[in-house]
Structure formats: structure tokens, C-alpha cells
Design a protein around this ligand. Sequence first.
Ligand SMILES: NC(=O)c1ccc[n+]([C@@H]2O[C@H](COP(=O)([O-])OP(=O)(O)OC[C@H]3O[C@@H](n4cnc5c(N)ncnc54)[C@H](OP(=O)(O)O)[C@@H]3O)[C@@H](O)[C@H]2O)c1
Length: 328
Amino acid sequence: MPGKGKRWMLAKHFDGFPKESDMRLEEFDIPELKEGEILMEAEYISVDPYMRPYSAKAPLNTLMIGQQVAKVIESRNADFPVGTWALPLTGWTTHSVSDGKNLMKAPPLPEEIPRSYTIGSLGMTGVTAYFGLLDVSDPKPGETVLVSGAAGAVGNVVGQIAKIKGCRVIGSAGSEEKCEYLKELGFDEVFNYKTTPNLDAKLKELAPDGIDVYFDNVGGEFAATAILNMKIGGRISCCGSISGYNLKEKQLLPSLFGVMVTNHLKMQGFNVMQYMTRWAEAVTQLSKWINEGKLKVREHRTDGFENMFKAFTDLFTGANTGKAIVKV
Ligand SMILES: NC(=O)c1ccc[n+]([C@@H]2O[C@H](COP(=O)([O-])OP(=O)(O)OC[C@H]3O[C@@H](n4cnc5c(N)ncnc54)[C@H](OP(=O)(O)O)[C@@H]3O)[C@@H](O)[C@H]2O)c1
């Protein structure tokens, strides 16, 4: 029996920007396995913006939620022998026990593909980009696609897929370095929203005929301005609204109902978990694009389990470019 593990517990619900005192890093005794159970050790743990709003519903003094890629190090379950790689949704913990039910195995990868991709571009955020763009908004060649949060885990994949599909792609991000990165990825137009004094004028300059598809990662005033610049028949993939996650008081948006009607817009929220039964379809296509060099992957790696909280809050200061992961 391996002895002790470490885990991050939610001590207080976040109020405004998360504080380290809202969480507790502690040791725990790894339990003896019962028949049918396995013990896994985490290699990489994902940090994601959704953890902020979703943790508000989690009971206190439970594990902080999240996904990891982990190796089976002890097994009493023939379906998961020692050495199997899995993608448990066990949260911020170095070790976890599972009975194997509803436990996803990591997809087999060619040797040159890092395993961490299974919690990023070949995992939750890649699948979000794939279905959130293609299934929800169905972009056509020649159409103009705007992506906010474009240098992040979901956004950069959305922009690259839109390019593969023959679209003209505009990306917004929060620094000049991020904009350079987006140009390297082949985005047609990029801008730093933090140094753009008039977003409406910027969108009219970059998309004078209007936007066909808006992939929204940020919500708030940015989303409202983007929607007011959409073409007739435009589609909006509502992926997330990170600009509001740490606000103490929820803000109502300016009314957008008029333009929804006059421009016949389709706006749809989605959650990647809706696509569980089609997960392999996305991962197969994303792997193919990576192998062909059409989809580039960038990760923002933090080393050390004790640095998980910092890696999480970095998401809200924009420190990450690409998928934020923690190497345990
Ligand atoms: N619907 C789903 O199933 C689903 C699945 C996964 C993710 N999501 C959502 O998708 C969005 C992106 O997630 P991700 O995992 O790809 O994260 P990410 O983009 O890799 O990281 C977050 C980024 O958001 C930007 N940001 C932070 N605070 C902001 C603010 N106040 N206003 C505007 N931008 C801000 C920062 O980039 P800048 O430097 O550019 O500001 C930061 O790097 C989030 O809203 C998330 O909740 C939804």
C-alpha cells in the first residue's frame, strides 16, 4: 500500500477573485483496495475556468473538482490492469481509487504525442472547440469567424479548425505576445482587446461586412458588442463567459433582443459533456490534424502539485497561452 497522498480541498466558496485561504492542501491516507477497485496516481492535472463557477455548487470540505491523466498503480479490476492510463474526473488529488465504472481510458497515442494532450487539445478543451464550432455553428468556407479568448485552450483550437474549414478568422487576446502567437497559427486578423479603446469600431474595421460566426469564450460587454456586429443569419456558439466568473455582482447585459430578431441570429449554449457519446469522433479527427501538422498544440505547464492554486488563478489573470496543465 503506497501510504499517503495529497489533495486540495474547497474550504470556503470563492467570493470574487479566488484566495488561497479558500482552499486547503492536505495529506490523506490512501485506503486499501476492495475487490474490483483500482488505485491511480496522477501525472497531469487540468486547471480550467469552469472550476470557478461549478465549485460554487460543490459542498465545502470536498475535493476541488477537475480531470487528470493518471496511471493505474495497483489493481483488483481486470479491466484496468496496472500500467493502464485513465482520465478520471477525481479532482485535485495525487491519488484516487475507482471501481472503474464511468472511468474513461486515455486514448492510445503515438509515442511522439505527449500524454498531457489527453486533458487538452485531445481531451476536454479540444472536444469543446471541435463540437462547439462545427456542430453548434457549422461554419462554411469563406465565412468570417470571430473567436474571443483566442489564445486560450479552447480558443486557439477553434481558430485553427475554422482555418482548416476555409474561414476567415479573427481572434482577440489579452497581450501582444498572444496576438503574435495567433498570427503564427494562421489567424487572419488578431487584436489585443485590452488595448483596443473602441471594440465596436475595431470589429467594423476587421469585419466590415459583419461576422458570420462568433465563438464566445468571454461573455459580457465583449460578447454583446460582437453580437451587434453580426451578419444576417449569423450563429453564436456560447461556450463560456469568463469575464463574469469573479464578479461579486452579476451584471445584466445590454439588450440584444432587437438584433437577434432583425438579423435572424442563432445563439446556442452548449456543454462539452453533451458530446460524451461522440467524444472519440472528435479525438480521432483532432489527432489526425495534429499528425498532419494542421493543428498546433501549445501548453502552459506549471510544475508541482503544491502550485495548483496558482496555476488555477493564472487563468483569470491571463498568464496562460494554450492549455493550462499541472505536472504533479
Ligand atoms: N461549454 C463548455 O463545455 C466549455 C468547456 C471548456 C471551457 N469552456 C469555457 O471556455 C472558455 C475558455 O476556457 P479555456 O479552458 O480555453 O480557458 P483559457 O482560455 O485557456 O484560459 C482563460 C483565458 O481567459 C482570458 N480571460 C481571463 N479573464 C478574462 C476576462 N475578465 N475577460 C476576458 N478574458 C479573460 C485570459 O486570456 P486573455 O489574456 O486573452 O485575457 C485567460 O488566459 C471559458 O469561458 C470556459 O468556461 C466551456
